[in-house]
Design a protein around this ligand. Sequence first.
Ligand SMILES: Nc1ncnc2c1ncn2[C@@H]1O[C@H](COP(=O)(O)OP(=O)(O)OP(=O)(O)O)[C@@H](O)[C@H]1O
Ligand SMILES: [Zn+2]
Length: 773
Amino acid sequence: METLELNPTSITPLDTPVGIYADIVFDRPLDHPYTYAVPAALAGKVGTGKRVEAPFGRGGRTTSGFCVRVGHNPPARGEVKDIARVLDDDALVDEHLMKLTRWMADYYLCGWGQVLHAVVPAGVRDNAGTRQATFVEPVAKAELPNPLPTITAVQKAALDCLKKENRPLELGQLARLAKCGPGVVASLVKKRLLKKFTERVESEAGGQHERAAEADDSPVSPPPDIQLNADQTAVWDKLNPILHAGGFHAFLLHGVTGSGKTEIYLRAIEEVVKQGKEAIVLVPEISLTPQTLERFRGRCGNVAVLHSHLTDAERGAYWRRVATGHVQVVVGARSAVFAPTRKLGLIVIDEEHETTFKQEATPRYHARDVAVMRARLEDIPIVMGSATPSLESWANAARGAYTLLELPKRVEDRPMPPVQVIDLRHEPKPQHGRPGAISPTLEAAMRSTLKAKGQVILMLNRRGFSTHVHCPGCGHVAQCAHCDLALTFHRTKAALVCHYCGWETAPYAKCPGCGQAAIRYQGLGTEKLHVEIEEKFPGSVCQRMDSDTMSKPGSHQRVLDAFRDGLVHILVGTQMIAKGLDFPNVTLVGVVNADVGLHLPDFRSAERTFQLLAQVAGRAGRGEKGGRVLVQTYTPEHPCITLAAGHDYATFAAQELVHRKQHKYPPYERMARLIVRSEKEEAAGAFADTLAGAFQSALATHARDSAGKPPPVRLLGPAECPVFRLKNFYRFHFQVQADSSAALHDVLRAALATARPPSGVEFQVDIDPYSML
Ligand SMILES: Nc1ncnc2c1ncn2[C@@H]1O[C@H](COP(=O)(O)OP(=O)(O)OP(=O)(O)O)[C@@H](O)[C@H]1O
Ligand SMILES: [Zn+2]
């Protein structure tokens, strides 16, 4: 887009205001900017990256939007309306972020206004935690009135007081310091000896929020004196010259669990901070523990942390603090990729394969992909690290788009823990009692570990007590009233719960289908596993960690502290405990059921299972005592399981990529998913058919343009989604695949250009989808 960018500060009301126009985007899907005229009074205030209010839509209701361009081009046709108000004194979004959000709107096929609305935290938009303050400063010598007015002794004292401070003071502040009434200060302004101006400042509460955002209260431990080992040195020697030279460069740091990747990130960050620049570190939300943050804070200057428990005001304070250059390192989950740094020098993404980097609401962006684009736009290096890289990144490294850096061994020559696979089909039955979730082999290993004062981590990636509640008489299965999903029984809550929408109902006294009383509770969740552990190991302390027990802020940390201090012997939990934990005394990791998630209708299920197994196995043997891993499964021959047991990522990736290529899945093809949903099944179906027609003609046009070659875009659907009804919505989907992103976008844009769903029906576009249900 060619734009005429005017430096907003150069437009003063004295300039001729005639012919200034502003392009505004609103928080609406698939929309374009609207051009408004800027009235003379606002010409000095309007600017790119600020919000304005303008009449919009039917009836011309005053609506706020972002100004994305200021220039002299009037709209091609139609009546031009005026902007009503400029809401911000300073731009909320700088030039780089403007470009990044514009790219996101184009790539993820949503409105630019929607992206800006999502990217700028609400606390910044409504100035939460700030107030408008009036300051006074002495008038410059050249501007003093001539002759000088006479002043009283009290007025002189106030003036001297301000001069001594040598900085602007708030009106009230000066009155307090000079021990005079506010009238004295006001009269100095009136006599043109003082100048008044207003500025937005942090309110008292805002100041506290800032401190919360920095989390400066916890102790900073001195950095350990670490000498890089040979592998780390080799990696550093490739990275360091690029950090010095600057410029865009994408690195994929593939290092096994416990290989010292974090040490590399820290050095890289130290380096750019030394150069007076800033760094953004993206980590999965779950890794935002004080332990992680301490490592950054001890070494990297002022660190701001962005996590999901922040209030709007805290988030706003954090944003302003970064924007004003008070922070060198921003550590945060997904949305930290939008931190408004002033001189960004580096982006680091830890656990780059994590699916939580994908946002499942508009804009449906992937923080890793946005980060790579941001690094490109700001012309800086980016380091993505993982023990189990996403196949997308692995393929990018293979074709040379990313530079591969490898740490193939653990630090200090510690071995990778041996992994033993337990075939649940052939495990002996226990001598007495019913067989539980813990096989005799695993139980024996736990006993000897605990006896040797080691600690145990047990993972089961399913929460609740019983995951399958049904009637043996008529086959009725307890299902959500709003979703096509089975309910899970939670014993502590005494409720049947839908894990998708949260709907709950009381456990059945008798079957709602046939009235029989004997309801069966089957299937295993962490809650039931916890009970089994307490029965089997009465002398040991077991703690459960899943989203049911960890909903309160800080609870996660309390459990991990207790575990570190040895007050907890067995930690049982979902994938929450699989990642990033560095506890040297964990000598046994048990996977209770490796098959959970392996057979989902999702082309990434093998990749996710492998990643989860490799990550959880990586929690064992991180200290001098060593450690081992036991994996229980019904499919011991599955390559996912055998290769994870052998810590063999490279072979897994190679095999899985062959499979992806055969089936034309990402990373070999680009994919988009389109969901049509409505609370009325027929309406959803009818609109899906309409869209199918639009797709057919878009595909025909595209095929014609690609002259003779087989059409590179394929369309599947419409079909019912694997989970047809979700939160009361009936859902149909399309899957669109193409060999290039350009072809995919061409067809989607053409098909959706005229798509206007009737009221009560909506559609969602998901580019590079992760959720396939
Ligand atoms: N060169 C080194 N010599 C000795 N110890 C080191 C060295 N580098 C890192 N360490 C230590 O080894 C431990 C593991 O390192 P780190 O957490 O960086 O590994 P990682 O690769 O990020 O692991 P994971 O992927 O499992 O989270 C840390 O306690 C770290 O301080
Ligand atoms: Zn539900």
